[in-house]
Design a protein around this ligand. Structure first.
Ligand SMILES: CC(C)(COP(=O)(O)OP(=O)(O)OC[C@H]1O[C@@H](n2cnc3c(N)ncnc32)[C@H](O)[C@@H]1OP(=O)(O)O)[C@@H](O)C(=O)NCCC(=O)NCCS
Length: 166
């Protein structure tokens, strides 16, 4: 399996795998909007590929903490028949490495407290990042990257499509 940046011709297969991972939910619609948004970052839309098949995808888009740049991760999706085999973990680690290489200070996400802490994510408020929705509680998590400046805290804002979706 290799992790690589998405290519334009991958889009239909990516959207199909997101539909399969999130049946009857709005994640594929959200992803379509993120692909078209100004907050889209081509370096951070990654696929996991094996034998010519896409097994998973993750996208991370521009977000803000106050007036400073941050990143919002999601959706992440792995084909149901390939879940729990390390594909999601490989996509997460590749995203973190790429974001660090880009000099980004932080990644923020809304997700399971059983999954993301293994990659170093902690409740965002522990880094001084204020949630757009207090009801998200500890599911709103953040990872400080190498360029994170302690004290650079404030209100988190997702990209426009995310805000509309949530
Ligand atoms: C969540 C998801 C991206 C994880 O990718 P994956 O390749 O299946 O996961 P990995 O093989 O890297 O890791 C497996 C671990 O993740 C856990 N896990 C899998 N799906 C999970 C979920 N939805 N919530 C919490 N933990 C989950 C497994 O229990 C396993 O834990 P263990 O290592 O303690 O046994 C994938 O399962 C998926 O696409 N699920 C459906 C869509 C979804 O729910 N996405 C958002 C999750 S917040």
């Amino acid at each position: 399996m290799k992790i690589r940046r998405e290519r334009a011709e991958d889009r239909p297969e990516i959207l199909a795998l997101v539909e399969a991972a999130f049946p009857e939910s709005g994640e594929a619609k959200l992803l379509r909007e993120l692909f078209a948004a100004r907050e889209y970052l081509p370096e951070l839309s990654l696929v996991a590929e094996a034998r010519g098949e896409l097994l998973g995808h993750v996208i991370t888009t521009r977000a803000w903490i106050g007036k400073s740049g941050s990143l919002g991760l999601g959706p992440i999706a792995v084909l149901p028949e390939h879940q729990n085999q390390g594909v999601g973990s490989a996509l997460m680690r590749a995203t973190i490495a790429a974001a660090n290489t880009l000099g980004e200070p932080s990644i923020v996400l809304l997700g399971s407290t059983d999954y993301y802490p293994r990659f170093g994510f902690a409740p965002a408020d522990s880094l001084g990042i204020i949630s757009p929705d207090p009801s998200w509680g500890s599911h709103f998590m953040a990872l400080a990257l190498d360029s994170f400046v302690p004290g650079a805290h404030g209100h988190f804002a997702y990209s426009e499509p995310f805000t509309a979706h949530r």
